[in-house]
Ligand binder design. Sequence first.
Ligand SMILES: C[S@@+](CC[C@H](N)C(=O)[O-])C[C@H]1O[C@@H](n2cnc3c(N)ncnc32)[C@H](O)[C@@H]1O
Length: 267
Amino acid sequence: MSRLAAAEWRKNGARLFTVIARILQNSTDAPANMNRRVEPELLDALPANDPRAIRSRLDLRRVNALMGNAGVIARAVLQASGGLPLRQLVDLGAGDGAFMLRLAKRLSPAWPNVEVTLVDRQDIVNAETRREFEALSWSARSVAADVFDWLSRTTDPRVDLVTANLFLHHFADPALRRLMELASGRTNCFAACEPRRYPAALRASQWLWLLGCNSITRHDAVASVRAGFDGPELSALWPGNGSWRLREEAAGLFSHLFVGNARPPRK
Ligand SMILES: C[S@@+](CC[C@H](N)C(=O)[O-])C[C@H]1O[C@@H](n2cnc3c(N)ncnc32)[C@H](O)[C@@H]1O
């Protein structure tokens, strides 16, 4: 297939997928058993330079675009910041940085000169992505580390915002509770966008072949929805005592938004 034909196929696939997704979303079937289930994802086990991993990370960009997660987080954090520009951001499980770049494109008009730290086990932020951050007058630093290690060891000062996209669902509740405890000590604002665990999202995740996604992405998408969130599940794990204002809700077609704001903001 020529490049042009492949692009056309993907474009049509995306349109068809959106139509099917809307039909699925509006379907009134009774939910299947959808207790939260965390299982290993294939992308996490592949070396960064494995062609299947490289392809799957490109798929992830399209999945993120379809889910509209950058828009969901951008609107939520602009609202949460009350119009004040933020200066230091950390993205946990940032992958190749493409998601944060998409977010930066939305936030940079309101928030210039931001320093963003991209934390991921794999060191895969390429030069082109870094240049695109610079073009927005943002500076991006990548840190190759396990987020638990990094959060517990970093000596960086507290940042204005910590984000996570399609990342929290990797962890079972006890690890998540620990992650949130560590993250809450590093910021006054935490925002995450995750798969929403509900039947329409599960069905849609089984249709990703329509977008030309590879077997790794197709496996991980289904696993991600099963490990996703519904209702106030993340709020229940956030370290409480009333000192945080929490917001948690369904967002877009398939996403689940969580935002925590310290009140009053700590210095
Ligand atoms: C589904 S990808 C999401 C990447 C990115 N946030 C996005 O939206 O495109 C999950 C990422 O989490 C990373 N990851 C998984 N467990 C991790 C851990 N314990 N510490 C740091 N990164 C981790 C993986 O390497 C992968 O890049």
